[in-house]
Ligand binder design. Sequence first.
Ligand code: UT7
Length: 324
Amino acid sequence: MQDLKIVGTAAYVPPLTVSNDDLTTLMDTSDEWITSRTGIRQRHISQGENTSELAVKVGQKLLAQTGYSADQIDLIIVATMSPDAYTPSTAAIVQGKLGAANAVAFDLSAACSGFVFALETAKNILKASAGTTALVIGAEVLSKLVDWHDRSTAVLFGDGAGGVLLTTEERATPLVAGSDLRTMGQLNDKIVAGATTSGTSFPKQVTGLTSFTMAGRDVYKFATNEVPKSIHRAAQKAGIEVEQIDYFLLHQANARIIKQIAKRLAQPLAKFPLNIDEYGNTAAASEPILLNDVVNAGKLKPGMTVAMSGFGGGLSVGTLILNF
Ligand code: UT7
């Protein structure tokens, strides 16, 4: 059957690293608190590069690595909660800079579930259209939305981008064997960043954006309850048992959350790769950066089954069961 294949993975993070100790000069925190509560040791922070520039670097790497030319790309989706602007979309800027003249390009906003939602969306578009090749990129410059004096959020986030080049091919098993995407909008106020106000006067002032606020404990509970359920539902749709999953690539929000999810699924921690220590929480970029790390470490072999789960703002959760 005609289905999809991930031809290449890539990631780009800005060169500046900011350690936990560096943050103690800005706020009342400590390396001990951050490491023990989250697993984060450092984060990469952009110096002047905006979200589209990170995403363009990932797109360029994907084209160079796979040998595809920009005009062979039919679709570009950038998952981001920190776009360069409301318009143009970050994906449109990426399309222009890559010279991908035949691609339709748009952003997808689903916070930390964004990459999983985007991969499922790209799959459905490619399978339903004449297009064959897509770039799906998660890219974030969260540092521009962080209040660098608010220790409850500032220690958590980092900047980065990652992505995949997808194409159609004849294969025996589908790339996406099962999926489960959910939004719990009644919990929309639990993670907020970049909020605007409409204003009551006319003519109105141009609005500013708010920095991150998060009900940390509520989101922690949401993640540890909802992600295992989502993985179970996606595995059921794929017709497999959770035990048959070789790796669980979970959004890197907090190492403690991931350990708790592993426990709830009764699966060994060795199946849950972690890179949060190096990058922090990079929202929609976290999953593709992790996927790229796992691929580069030679851990993924053909025939393996991987569960990819994102969770966060919306609130939202999404899982894909992928056949490699
Ligand atoms: O990507 C989107 C999804 N996001 C998530 O999944 C995040 C989910 N939430 C979490 O990961 C955790 O709730 C946090 C890491 C955000 C916070 O950990 P926590 O164990 O829930 O801590 P807490 O907010 O309950 O705060 C505990 C204490 C408080 O002090 P008191 O009231 O006990 O005296 C905080 O004021 O830790 C204090 N605290 C800090 N201390 C040092 C909060 N932030 C810091 C800090 N440094 N950065």
